[in-house]
Structure formats: C-alpha cells, structure tokens
Design a protein around this ligand. Structure first.
Ligand code: CP
Length: 298
C-alpha cells in the first residue's frame, strides 16, 4: 500500500502485519534507521496525540520530521494545498501526514500530487482516522486477543466521528464478534455496514468486553443539532455504576481528547480498567509500523 488513506484500502493480513510489527516495536531494544526519509506534517486542525506521536515515531526510526506552520505558510498567500505538497516534495519530503476538516482531501492529494508523494491520513473531517483505529485495535488485542469472541461497544457522538468510521471498517475486516454503537438518535451512525446501533446505554453495555467512549465533537455539530449537555450526561455519560453492566474484566478506552464528566465520569479516566494512556503509548509504536511499511512496501 502506497498511502494510508482509510482502513478499506487494507487487507486483513496487511492490518495484522501492522499490529504485529507495532507490538514488536513496543518491546524492541533497537529500531531500524531510515535517515534518508523526511516526514512532513501538515495539520490544518488541532492535535496533540496524532501529531506528536508521528513526530516521535519518525525520530525513533531515524527520520527527520518537518512541521509546516499553516498560519505562516504561503497558503495564506493563495497557494493551494496541492502546490504546497508538491513544493515540499521538490525539497525532498516523501511522506506527508495530513489532518484536514475536508472529507476525502488526503485521497485527493494522493491522486493529484507528484508520484513521489505518500500521504498518511491523520483525520479528514468526519470520514476516517485510520491510524487511530489501528492503534486502538492493537491495544484491544494486547489484552483480549480473541477478537471473534468480543463484544465491542462504542458510545457517543458516532455520527461525527472519523474514529468510529475507521473502527467500524476495522472491526468488519478483523471480524470482531459483536460491535454495538450506543448513541442518541441524532448521532446514530450515518452508515452502518457492520454491527448494530442502539439508544440504550444499559443494553449496549451488557456483557461488553471493550467499552470505548467518543468525544462529543461540538465543532462538527450542524446548525440543526441542538446539544443538551445535561440530557447527554444523564443518558449517555458513562458512570462507574453504569460501567458495571459490562463484564467484570471489561476494558475502557477513549481515543481522546477527553472532556471529563461529559463522555465519562472523571474518576473512570484513571480507573484500573482504563487503557486510555496505553492507547496513547501504543500510538507511537503503531505509527512507527505505519511509517516503516509505507517506505518498505512488501
Ligand atoms: N485521537 C486523536 O486524534 O487525538 P488528537 O486530536 O490529539 O491527535
């Protein structure tokens, strides 16, 4: 695979190779060196986890990493993003990590930019966030490797979540036993091709093995979507008491960033069952596996 645009472009075996490689990097004492590769980071939306973990992943692999400051770049003088990418490619940047509000923009760049360019989608609008879904499944598999036996529950603003879209595609590819989305009516999945959706938090959580809460993405709400915080907290915010509906050994996840007290009770964030910081840690190793696979295709 030349680019990382979405999960749908990957086969089951390619995904499993990435997860195994990321797990290997997690315990390896030394890493391969790709000192002739330069990574360009173009973030048109805010990020902490994705941007810094790609930068650290590049550094661990001996790559140079350049972070373009969009606000001071020549795009402010009218240059298109395609011309920006081609300009940076002419200077020797090969891999581009792109986060943008426009659905499908990474695929458009992959199709239209110089053939030397390789695009990594770090989140495009409400469409996809494939590296996040991959690190999430890596984290699940470390604790619960038998994916076919799992009940995986995803709670919250599914409709605007690129993470939920990529997780749905990945759960379908890896044949996760049960996938359940719990969301209010207005945030039910726009497209559901794997799993089922419910408005009942108690029903969704019952006997769950993996529980993931999603951030309420206020910046993506449409003008006709009225968000009632108190109602949401009452019906969908995960409390310690509600979490007990899941299996006793259930794991708790969140792709971040978290709004404490909105998606889940603040005490759950650091509860023993929470793998939220493990997801962040695994993000570096998964992104190392992604970078390596793109520059050394099998
Ligand atoms: N999960 C995620 O994409 O986090 P950031 O927005 O901090 O990169």
């Amino acid at each position: 695979v030349k680019h990382l645009l979405d999960i749908e472009s990957f086969s089951h075996d390619e995904v499993m190779r990435l997860i195994q490689r990321a797990l290997y990097f997690k315990q390896a004492a030394a890493y391969p060196n790709f000192s002739s590769t330069i990574l360009g980071q173009l973030f048109y939306e805010n990020s902490t986890r994705t941007r810094i973990s790609f930068e650290l992943a590049a550094k661990h692999l001996g790559m140079q990493s350049i972070d373009l400051d969009i606000q001071t770049s020549s795009e402010q003088k009218g240059e298109t993003i395609e011309d920006t990418v081609d300009t940076l490619a002419a200077m020797g940047i090969q891999l581009f990590v792109i986060r943008h509000a426009e659905n499908g923009l990474p695929a458009k760049l992959a199709a239209n930019c110089s053939p030397s360019v390789q695009i990594i989608n770090a989140g495009d609008g409400t469409h996809a966030h494939p590296s996040q879904a991959l690190l999430d499944l890596m984290t699940v598999m470390e604790k619960k490797p038998d994916l076919h036996a799992l009940k995986f529950v995803i709670i919250g603003d599914v409709r605007h979540s690129r993470v939920a879209n990529s997780l749905q595609a990945l759960c379908a590819l890896l044949k996760v036993g049960q996938l359940v989305f719990v969301a209010p009516k207005m945030w039910q999945p726009q497209s559901l091709h794997y799993g089922l959706a419910t408005e009942s938090l108690a029903q969704g959580l019952k006997d769950a093995d993996v529980v993931m809460c999603l951030r309420v993405q206020r910046e993506r709400l449409l003008s006709n979507e009225v968000f009632n915080l108190a109602q949401y907290q009452n019906d969908f915010s995960l409390s310690e008491e509600m979490f007990r509906q899941a299996k006793p050994d259930a794991i708790l996840m969140h792709p971040g960033p978290i709004n404490r007290g909105v998606e889940m009770e603040a005490s759950l964030v650091s509860a023993p069952q929470s793998l939220i910081l493990e997801q962040v840690k695994n993000g570096v190793f998964m992104r190392m596996a992604i970078l390596e696979s793109l520059i050394t295709p099998s």
